[in-house]
Design a protein around this ligand. Structure first.
Ligand code: EPZ
Length: 419
């Protein structure tokens, strides 16, 4: 196992280029199973969730050529299995997209129950509700989900809860169904729009992605024969915006879509940071201790839950007392115990955490409990005085490409060493 050794405190300064979005890539890759043809995908982030997904697709019969570390050409004309390797699918959350895509392509799917970040119960009842509404029979047992359908018929589905995964999964299952499917109370995240744009580029007929009502007109097949570029990662961009605030630095973030970050921009300006937008670039600088703030995470376009730990670091050292209300996940404050080891004064209770701002943090060995908590602990190590060791890097490597390299180019004293 590796660890990151970080010596702070450093004010981050310079430029960073954002990679393709993890949460778009891990849906677009399984979506290729719906294509009876060949396609090319550009701007893939080179992260373990992506390479893991490519292994699964090849085990199902796909032929993948890596043109560059960020671009693949994939041939999904000969899919010979609808059973995903259970030992791999349990390693991450997004493996559940295999159900929707295999059901759509093969009218059957056998997929291991998903793993992924430990954020509390992560039910998939809305996914199952959608598949059954389309005419599938779904069983969950022996650690796997088995779905099958004689035919998939378009229908209207109302999501009881706004769910990114369920919205995408039902979209995948309905692309080749007979008739029209409407998903009401759909999630609106940028990666949902990206998956819909990818599918439409390959021959699907999906309208309304990005709103709370998505209409999918079933088509007989997706021919592919096209190239698609994955959207820039809104969460990676937000991670570096918040690193600029917490470290009182000055970072210019390239290759991002400013519209996707409006809630983050508004919040950091409230905290006293400066923001300058110019096309696909955002510059964030903060010359003083951040102001206190109140944060409530919400589905897009609200403040993203996936940036909650990262803003938590800035609030831990803010001038005054702050509150975070985590409305999406029931257990996403584990990182606060790690920050308290570094001298923070945070009390987490259920879905809320109370921050008593301290002047500074001090280095300590800390343990990443999930992907975004890991990113937050790296930021904490950069702003803390002294040496911090961040353990459990496999969480971080799932979703951030060369994160220590990107921070090092911004001036961080950070290196990866083996335990
Ligand atoms: C996606 O998870 C992301 N993961 C998560 O990002 C992100 O935190 C989350 O969306 C919210 O934005 C991927 O895209 C791979 P949900 P997902 O279904 O789809 C409840 C990261 O750091 N729910 O939108 O699993 C659920 O319990 C990861 O990149 C049901 O009750 O999230 C939660 O409270 C962490 N029943 C809420 O809905 C269901 O059937 C939102 O979950 C599905 C979800």
């Amino acid at each position: 196992m590796d660890k990151l050794v970080i010596n702070g405190a450093t004010k981050l300064k310079g430029d960073v280029v954002i990679s393709g979005a993890k949460n778009a890539a891990v849906a677009i890759l399984p979506a290729t199973l719906l294509i009876d043809g060949i396609c090319t995908i550009e701007n893939l982030p080179h992260i373990s969730d992506v390479t893991l997904y490519c292994e699964i697709l090849e085990s199902l019969g796909a032929k993948i050529t890596w043109n560059t570390p960020h671009e693949i050409t994939i041939d999904t004309r000969n899919i010979h299995s609808a059973q995903a390797p259970l030992e791999i699918t349990s390693k991450f959350r997004a493996s559940y997209y295999l159900i929707g895509s295999l059901l759509g392509r093969c009218k059957e799917a056998v997929v291991g129950l998903p793993g992924g970040c430990n954020l509390g119960a992560r039910p998939i009842d809305q996914h199952i509700k959608g598949f059954e509404a389309l005419g599938a029979k779904v069983d969950v047992g022996q650690g796997k989900i088995t779905a099958s359908a004689k035919k998939l018929t378009g229908t209207s589905i109302y999501m009881d809860i706004v769910s990114v995964g369920a919205t995408i999964n039902v979209m995948l299952a309905s692309v080749l169904a007979e008739g029209t499917t409407t998903i009401d109370n759909a999630a609106k995240e940028p990666h949902i729009v990206d998956v819909a744009n990818f599918l439409n580029t390959m021959g699907a007929d999906i309208r309304g992605a990005g709103t709370d009502m998505i209409k999918i007109h079933g088509v007989p097949k997706l021919t592919g024969n096209a190239t698609y570029s994955v959207v820039p990662d809104q969460i990676e961009a937000g991670t570096f915006m918040l690193a600029a605030v917490a470290s009182r630095g000055d970072i210019t973030i390239h290759n991002c879509i400013t519209k996707h970050l409006e809630s983050v921009t508004a919040k950091i300006i409230e905290m006293g940071a400066n923001v300058q937008e110019d096309g696909d670039t955002i510059r964030v600088w903060c010359n003083k201790r951040p102001n206190r703030a109140t944060v409530k995470t919400l589905p897009y376009p609200g403040f993203p839950t996936d940036l909650q730990p990262q803003i938590g670091v800035a609030l831990a050292i803010a001038d005054g007392n702050s509150t975070i209300n985590e409305s999406i996940w029931e257990s996403r404050f584990q990182y606060t115990y790690e920050l308290n080891k570094m001298g923070a004064k945070i009390t987490a209770q259920g879905k809320s955490a109370f921050f008593e701002g301290v002047k500074s943090l001090s280095g300590s060995p800390v343990f990443a409990t999930d992907l975004r908590a890991g990113a937050a602990l790296i930021i904490a190590g950069i702003v803390a005085n002294g040496t911090t060791e961040v353990h459990n890097l496999d969480h971080i490597d799932r979703g951030y490409e060369n994160i220590e390299e990107k921070f090092r180019k911004l001036g961080a004293k950070i290196k990866r060493v083996s335990e």
